[in-house]
Design a protein. Structure first.
Length: 84
């Protein structure tokens, strides 16, 4: 009997990013395929830091260091509504 394939997450997960200087960016996209497993949301920090570096190169303004990150609240609420 053939095995059933596991569902793979698709799309993006949104994060709110808080910087050391007190600024905040919301709804930063991270591919869902990069998250999960034993590392959980840890890979998102590296991905967002890479995005910040690219933004800094284009704009010429350096981004401050990331203080903390959390999944966007709106995304969590939408996910709960889908499951209900």
């Amino acid at each position: 009997m053939a095995r059933k394939q596991q569902a793979r997450p698709s799309g993006f997960v949104l994060f709110d990013v808080f910087y050391e200087d007190g600024t905040q960016t919301s709804n930063r996209k991270v591919p869902a395929t990069e998250l999960g497993g034993l590392d959980g949301d840890a890979p998102a920090r590296t991905i967002i830091e890479d995005q910040d570096q690219k933004i800094a190169e284009v704009s010429g303004n350096r981004r401050p260091r990331i203080k903390s990150m959390a999944r966007s609240r709106k995304a969590k609420d939408a996910l709960r509504a889908q499951k209900a």
